[in-house]
Design a protein around this ligand. Sequence first.
Ligand SMILES: *Cc1c(COP(=O)(O)O)cnc(C)c1O
Length: 349
Amino acid sequence: MPEPLIDLRSDTVTRPTPAMRKAMAEAEVGDDVLGDDPTVIRLQERIAEIMGKPAACFVPSGTMANQTAIRAHTEPGDEVICHVDSHIINYETGAPAALSGVMIRTMTGDRGLFDADQIDAMVRPDSAHFPHSKLVIVENTQNRGGGAVWPLDQILRVAGRSRQHNLKLHLDGARLWNACAKTGHKPADYARHFDTISCCFSKGLGTPAGSAVSGDAAIIARVHRFRKMFGGAMRQAGILAAAALYALDHHRDRLVEDHANAARLADGIADLPGVTIPMPVETNMVFIDLDRRHGTAAEVCARLRGLGVLALPTAPQRIRFVVHLDVSRAMIERAIEAIGRALGAPVTV
Ligand SMILES: *Cc1c(COP(=O)(O)O)cnc(C)c1O
């Protein structure tokens, strides 16, 4: 029998475990649009507590978490300041423009990070000619930055400078759990520097769907309103909330295993000819850059598929591998072998 595929395309490919499915099956539910799903209410209270904020709102996806937060903080014509490699501008279908009518002003910086002085350069003077600078967005961990973790003191500097300019701050914390597993900081240690925080249950934590936005009561009331407007209010969503509550209790501590597996994967392929690892492997992602003699990233991914490993090309010569709940150490060893076979010998075309 052929070995099952090793799916390293994303940490979203996980399937709910039998224990998670049991928690979902047993969830107490109600109509959350009418505000009476007890399990959704419990999850929102739990997230608010974890983030150290007064309120939270459960939403169907990470995109909706970010976009309801952007809409809640801004008016059309306002400007949002973020890194050029942010998820919100690369992978959310232009939603800030389409749903909030905002302009985006981008910064550059190593591994998707930036620092306080860059904020100064981005803020518009108060003038009838300029858009209002309104919101700064930080992504932690930073996806296109290789899963980079923001140092807490850098967040402190960025937040402090942003406040001096009267800017609001949003944290795209789709993988905040990974940042916490890496550093040992609590989610609230990061969250206290932000007005809103999104977090995700379907990436590292392995639920079928769901994210949440947390913040103070007034901003979360606005998020709740825009969740409805954007079509994200769900009825008996307690089934999904139960998966998230289960994952918060059982799947957070194990993220360090994913990080160890990612480090092992990087170690196992770093010395292959024509392969460079462009960014340090800090959490659950490994990026490689390929010499052209191997062909394009898409061609190599096609070869890897034939060898039982799935990965995503994220640039013409760049491949991303993401480690998650459904990837064991044995699968990592098999993936290293397959990648070695795909890239070990110089390919003649
Ligand atoms: C995946 C991701 C999102 C969006 O999540 P979806 O649930 O896919 O909409 C937002 N931010 C970051 C950093 C992500 O990696």
